[in-house]
Design a protein around this ligand. Structure first.
Ligand SMILES: *[C@@H]1O[C@H](CO)[C@@H](O)[C@H](O)[C@H]1NC(C)=O
Ligand SMILES: *[C@@H]1O[C@H](CO)[C@@H](O)[C@H](O)[C@H]1NC(C)=O
Length: 385
């Protein structure tokens, strides 16, 4: 028998079985029968697919609560409407956002919290919460979010299915950049994650470019290494040492040209993980008076600084410590790694040196703690012979 024919037969029998089931149901309950019949149709479809040689995929539907957009914006005529992703409001005008729900939380440009001249307010009512920015300025530009809270008698938690958000540009004809408190901002240009230069504009139509202070030049924004987003500013996706230095943004719109805050980009080679450390004692038990030492070794990426700190029994008693630190490249398989070492030297051991020796190896990503015991044994008393 041909395999194709087998499938057709299986197909047919499944259909017949379902059909018989269906008939029984019809007798039992006529209303249910209608939906059951539709199911039969679906099952046959699935089996037909299998016959064509496609793998049978079983879809499991996880029921998620439907997302509800709870934010509305007040229009001039007293009507409310769902705001679009981005709103453009001329500076000076009033913005009124409302979010439906008994308990509502808001997020808005943090600068507004510093405002105490009564321009900004949030009013919670029985069925909604209302945010008002009056006499707006370019500085109010940013993301406005709200979300409903599910509250019982004691606590509230965020209800992710009921949220609202919009990004509002308050176009100020004199301020193309959202003002910043700092004239100069130092930003770490980390190798382990993208870096954002938050030169946000107040007008989405402004042309924005990125400039280097010295040598003065325009930094090309290729959309790959560096991207621009009118809501976020520039993002450097891959930190390269050549990007380090002072940079700033320039925005131009209708004959107006302005420079942003200056950003000092500090190239920082970030390790991808904390160092992995090991500790060994030259001897786990020594006689009083003998010298011993402990070696803490951390293996990690090259050109990554590792800081060592020690904790040991004689520390509080002011035992002088001597450490010797060194670094050397090592090969792990075909990869070049860096082995960093700290050796703690204990000269002429005393009873107080007995105990736990702990080494903490730390880099910018975190630390590893390792420890070991050293027993300091008393002098061998001359026993009877
Ligand atoms: C907005 O500005 C007008 C005119 O300067 C002023 O009269 C009014 O009090 C201001 N409103 C708020 C809420 O600050
Ligand atoms: C540590 O102790 C061992 C054994 O006593 C000795 O061979 C080694 O030279 C010591 N290391 C240092 C750095 O002094």
């Amino acid at each position: 028998m041909k395999p194709g024919l087998v499938f057709v037969l299986v197909c047919l029998s499944v259909f017949l079985l379902e059909f018989v089931d269906c008939q029984k149901d019809e007798k039992a309950n006529k209303n249910v029968a209608k939906s059951k019949k539709q199911n039969v149709g679906k099952k046959v479809k699935l089996v037909t697919k299998k016959a064509k040689g496609k793998p049978k995929v079983k879809k499991v539907k996880v029921k998620e609560p439907a997302k509800i957009f709870i934010m509305t914006q007040l229009l001039e005529q007293g009507r409310f409407r769902k705001p679009s992703d981005t709103l453009v409001v001329p500076a000076g005008e009033r913005l009124v956002l409302r979010c439906k729900g008994k308990h509502i939380s808001w997020a808005y440009p943090s600068y507004l919290d510093e405002e105490n001249d009564g321009r900004f307010s949030i009013n919670h009512r029985e069925r909604f919460s209302q945010l008002i920015v009056a006499n707006s300025t370019g500085a109010d530009t940013g993301e406005y979010n709200c979300w409903a809270l599910d509250c019982d008698t004691e606590t509230c938690r965020k209800d992710d299915s009921k949220t609202g958000s919009t990004y509002v540009f308050f176009t100020d004809p004199r301020e193309l950049f959202v003002p910043s408190n700092d004239y100069y901002e130092a930003i770490q240009l980390r190798t382990d994650r993208p870096t954002r230069l938050p030169c946000q504009v107040t007008n989405p139509l402004a042309e924005v470019s990125l400039h280097r202070e010295f040598p003065p030049e325009v930094i090309p924004v290729d959309g790959r290494l560096i991207t621009f987003d009118v809501k976020k500013g520039f993002v450097v996706h891959k930190a390269l040492p050549l990007f380090a230095g002072t940079v700033y943004c320039v925005a131009s719109y209708r004959g107006l040209r302005q420079s942003s805050t200056k950003y000092l980009l500090i190239y920082t080679n970030y390790p991808s993980a904390p160092p992995s450390a090991t500790i060994t004692a030259s001897s786990s038990s020594v006689r009083v008076g003998a010298n011993f030492n402990l070696t803490c070794t951390a293996l990690g990426e090259t050109d990554i600084e590792v800081d060592f700190t020690w904790e040991f029994p004689g520390q509080k008693l002011g035992r002088p410590t001597y450490t010797r630190e060194s670094q050397r490249p090592v090969y792990v398989g075909s990869q070049i790694r860096q082995s960093s070492q700290s050796v703690l030297l204990v000269d002429e051991s005393r009873p107080v040196d007995d105990g736990l020796y702990t080494c903490v190896a730390q880099n910018l990503q975190g630390k590893t703690t390792v420890s070991t015991h050293v027993n300091v044994l008393p002098h061998v008393s001359p026993g009877p012979t």
